[in-house]
Design a protein around this ligand. Structure first.
Ligand code: UDX
Length: 434
């Protein structure tokens, strides 16, 4: 087994560290944020990801946490760069943390492989290699090894990957990196560095396109009386299309899709190509988050001022506390601007949301959020919302409007209870009048 260093103890870094340790490797996880390292050394986990704390605890004897780069770098053969690359105001990726990691590389000793897992613009690997050559770091080989981890199921995605992509100029280096994944049963695709970088962007942009596509179909379904859930099922049975990522809803969010789609558009633009399709993908997604307002107005009247709206689920998807680019953020902001009283509830994301969207009242439970509300929007399909006691909700809500932003509720049952329930791309069901 090899000794690895994982640079960046954020989301990708910690998952990579935990899973590589599970595969039997010894490793050092390094982050310049001393508070984060202190938390990890005390047995805490600075992020929320199901199963991560347990996996780190189970492999604790193989993982060392440090904030000292020279200690972290000197002892390892493989250096995984897992720092974040947030978008700059121009929409490009901010690579300063990557360059910082390179500045800290060890002097001329050992036989290191620098492996970038962070999502970086196509061509970055080439620049890094040129920089390494210029600094005389010929002992450091370079590999692009993108991650395809979904928040909330990152450990399963790592351990049961669909593929491992290894982009390297030297076959021998690619082989050594591929061997690190020996315990994982999946195809390993060896490519050149730029293609590996592009595979990551193209995959995420394609998935985002699939979502925006089905969301537009949903919108047309609403206008024509078709039901997008059945339409998606019928489409998904065609194996060329497949059933995944065809769930219509109120838009995609998270730290990856919005950022990567914009970055790919930018990468294309910077090289003189106008990637028209991606403009539509982005715009459809933005509008999709806002369409809920129109639905609420249709049922509550144009004046939302003074109306109480409960938002169930604030995270950008279930099983994460991440609210980056979440539909809830746009929705809460729009509703507050309309003068509505917004009450939000989420099992784990309230603390993050509180910092980002002041002005929302946060409830301790779904029922607390529904108490006195004129309408409820199911924003994130957390499991606990799937079997809510809607009979009780009926008693405590002021009006009985439900917008199911993820098409997960039983609209017929809700209607039978006296709710008016509207999904995305499905026909609204009005409450039965006695
Ligand atoms: C994504 C990619 O899936 C992963 O491979 C990549 O490396 C990181 O970005 P993640 O952002 O964690 O992962 O979540 P994902 O499960 O892909 O969902 C992204 C967003 O799309 C969520 O907001 C989700 O609600 C939305 N979505 C997903 C839909 O609206 N419909 C779908 O059918 C699927």
């Amino acid at each position: 087994m090899s000794r690895l260093t994982v640079v960046g103890a954020g989301y990708v870094g910690l998952v990579t560290a935990a899973c590589m340790a599970e595969l039997g490797h010894d490793l050092v996880a390094m982050d310049l944020d001393e508070a984060k390292i202190r938390t990890l050394n005390q047995g805490g986990i600075p992020i929320y990801e199901p199963g991560l704390a347990e996996l780190i605890a189970a492999n604790r004897q193989r993982i060392e946490f440090t904030s000292d780069p020279s200690h972290a770098y000197s002892s390892s053969e493989f250096l995984f760069i897992c720092v974040d690359t947030p978008p700059t105001p121009s929409g490009d990726a901010d690579l300063s943390r990557i360059w910082q990691a390179i500045d800290n590389l060890p002097p001329d000793e050992g036989n290191h492989v620098l492996i970038t897992k962070s999502t970086v613009p196509v061509g970055t690997g080439g620049h890094v290699q040129a920089e390494l050559a210029q600094r005389g770091y010929s002992h450091i080989a370079y590999v692009s090894n993108p991650e395809f981890l979904r928040e909330g199921s990152a450990i399963a995605d790592f351990m049961h990957a669909d593929r491992v992509v290894v982009g390297a100029d030297k076959p021998e280096v690619a082989r050594r990196v591929a061997e690190l994944y020996a315990g994982i049963d999946c195809p390993v695709l060896t490519t050149d560095v730029a293609s590996a970088e592009m595979i990551k962007y193209a995959s995420n942009a394609f998935l985002a396109t699939k979502i925006s596509f089905i969301n537009e179909i949903a919108n047309v379904c609403e206008a024509t009386g078709a039901d997008v859930k059945v339409v998606a099922e019928g489409m998904g049975l065609d194996h060329r299309i497949g059933p995944h990522f065809l769930q219509a809803g109120i838009g995609y969010g998270g730290s990856c899709f919005p950022k990567d789609v914009s970055a790919l558009k930018q990468i294309a633009g910077n090289s003189g190509y106008h990637f028209q399709l991606l403009n539509a993908v982005i715009e459809v997604n933005e509008l999709q988050k806002r369409r809920v307002i129109g639905k609420l107005k249709r049922h509550l009247g144009d004046e939302l001022r003074g109306k109480q709206i409960a938002l169930l689920g604030l995270a950008f998807k279930p099983n994460t506390d991440d609210i980056r680019q979440a539909s809830s953020v746009v929705l809460a902001g729009r509703l507050l601007a309309e003068g509505a009283h917004v009450v939000g509830y989420d099992p784990v994301a309230i603390d993050n949301m509180r910092e980002t969207v002041p002005g929302v009242e946060y409830a301790a439970s779904s029922m607390d959020a529904l108490q006195g509300s004129d309408a409820c929007v199911l924003v994130t399909e957390w499991e606990e919302f799937l079997d809510l006691d809607w009979a009780q909700a009926k008693e405590i809500m002021a009006q009985h409007i439900v917008v199911d932003g993820r098409n997960v509720l039983d609209a017929a049952a809700l209607t039978a209870l006296g709710f008016t329930c509207e999904g995305v791309g499905t026909r609204p069901r009005r409450r039965h009048h006695a």
